[in-house]
Design a protein around this ligand. Structure first.
Ligand SMILES: C[S@@+](CC[C@H](N)C(=O)[O-])C[C@H]1O[C@@H](n2cnc3c(N)ncnc32)[C@H](O)[C@@H]1O
Ligand code: SF4
Ligand code: SF4
Length: 413
């Protein structure tokens, strides 16, 4: 199977020129073109990936170019009023055999949203214009009939599946490819198999994840690691070790997720100065791994870089993204355990409108960090906080510092 490759230097410059012409042709409006250029210019520093299909990825979170999903995502930012989010993280089931100590859904209700309600809402979100889907569990391979039903509804869009590979089979992997999955991400939290397995509480999980990614890559989908490193591990050179392993395995992406005090880790505190040091190192690593000097390395997408003030800031609450948990709770982000309603009780539109009101303008401050303590202070054994408690909490929230790129584009007021 032909593999993806990275485009740098003149090739990348020519690509951006061609893309601008395509946008000019499509929008036929100088102001829309200007906004589109301003928005896409923040991705110019990223490595450009040419996929086996011949399409391009400017950024891990943006749909591939020139898909319809890409243009819809751009229109969300430059034309559509009110602006829409690009993506949803959708958990189809909490079922999982692993015991990771940090799991953000550990305290969620294990009762799955009935399949017909799930599909009805998937259709609503799709028809509303959500074009980038991160579909996950728990472990989605354990509830494959639910995964398949969702994948059938979102074919052709930008679709990523997050899975440990546990319970995957060649048939399930082939089916995902047939249903148009763009890429698959699997958690790898250490280059040491023993350390990773101790973290997940599942012997053999490290090898299982790598074998799974190899099999997915053989089917022609993009693959990568979801990696959570502690601040200490980052400071001790952990990013380079993970990047070396990913390069050796031929991965396309590494999404570096920083540890969040939510779910099973709710109430956890982090050393502030070590955290600052780790953030600076992760941001520098992203710049280095995306430079033309690292042409053959996988793309490093560090959340702390992508969500920095000079990039997109915090885009939870339906700015760019939101989360729907396995039992139907509509949350601003998987890492923020508050709910704007359960899809069994309220239509999606109601939960969405409540959420957008609470997160009216995109801000630089990371909600998962700034609001963690006050959520923990009122949280009980079950998460997320139900709507009534969420409503009380968010009523007192003041907006933070507006994110520059969105102020420049001028679409949120
Ligand atoms: C819930 S998992 C879904 C897919 C699959 N169960 C897995 O673990 O790969 C999505 C990603 O979020 C990460 N994650 C879960 N809880 C977290 C937390 N409190 N802080 C940071 N990352 C977390 C996981 O390690 C995983 O990489
Ligand atoms: S993080 Fe993923 S693999 Fe780990 S317990 Fe949670 S759902 Fe399971
Ligand atoms: S709350 Fe905001 S900053 Fe935190 S992970 Fe979600 S989108 Fe990113």
């Amino acid at each position: 199977m032909k593999k993806s490759r990275n485009i740098t230097g003149l090739g990348k410059l020519l690509f951006y020129a061609r893309m601008s012409l395509a946008c000019a042709w499509r929008y036929k409006s100088p102001s829309a073109l200007l906004k589109a250029s301003r928005f896409t210019s923040i991705f110019f520093r990223h490595k450009l990936v040419k996929m086996a299909s011949g399409e391009y990825k400017l950024d891990f979170y943006m749909p591939r170019y020139p898909s319809e999903a890409f243009f819809t995502a751009l229109e969300d930012k430059v034309i559509c009023r009110p602006p829409r989010p690009v993506s949803v993280v959708l958990s189809i089931s909490k079922a999982c055999a692993y015991k990771c100590p940090h799991c953000y859904q550990r305290k969620d209700d294990p009762n799955e949203l009935p399949l017909e309600i799930l599909i009805e809402n998937v259709r609503k979100m799709r028809d509303f214009g959500i074009v980038a889907w991160a579909i996950e569990g728990g472990e989605p391979m354990l509830r494959f009939e639910r995964l398949e039903a969702v994948l059938r509804e979102v074919q052709g869009l930008e679709v990523w599946v997050n899975s440990t590979g546990h319970a995957a089979t060649p048939e399930k992997i082939r089916r995902m490819r047939e249903l148009g999955v763009t890429g698959v991400m699997s958690s790898i939290h250490s280059v040491d198999p023993g350390e990773h397995d101790a973290f997940t509480g599942m012997p053999g999980s490290w090898k299982r994840a790598l074998d799974f990614l190899r099999d997915c890559q053989d089917e022609g989908v993009l693959v990568g690691f979801n990696t959570v490193l502690t601040d200490r591990e980052v400071v001790d050179g952990g990013i380079d070790r993970i990047m070396d392993l990913a390069a050796e395995r031929g991965c396309d992406y590494i999404q570096l997720i920083h540890p969040k005090a939510c779910g099973a880790w709710m109430g956890k505190t982090f050393d502030a100065s070590l955290h600052r040091e780790a953030i600076a190192l992760a941001k520098a690593a992203q710049v280095r791994y995306n430079s033309s000097g690292s042409r053959h390395a996988p793309v490093l997408t560090a959340q702390v870089y992508e969500e920095s003030p000079e990039m997109l800031g915090c885009c939870c609450g339906g700015i760019d993204r939101f989360y729907v948990g396995a039992s139907g709770e509509v949350q601003p982000c998987e890492f923020v355990n508050i709910s704007f309603g359960n899809l069994r009780d309220v239509p999606f539109e109601t939960a969405y409108a409540r959420m957008r009101k609470a997160f009216a303008v995109p801000c630089e401050e990371w909600t998962c960090q700034t609001r963690a303590a006050e959520i923990a202070a009122v949280a009980g054994d079950r998460l997320p906080l139900p709507w009534k408690e969420t409503e009380r909490l968010v009523a007192a929230w003041q907006p933070g510092t507006p994110t520059k790129v969105y102020t420049d584009v001028g679409i949120y007021r």
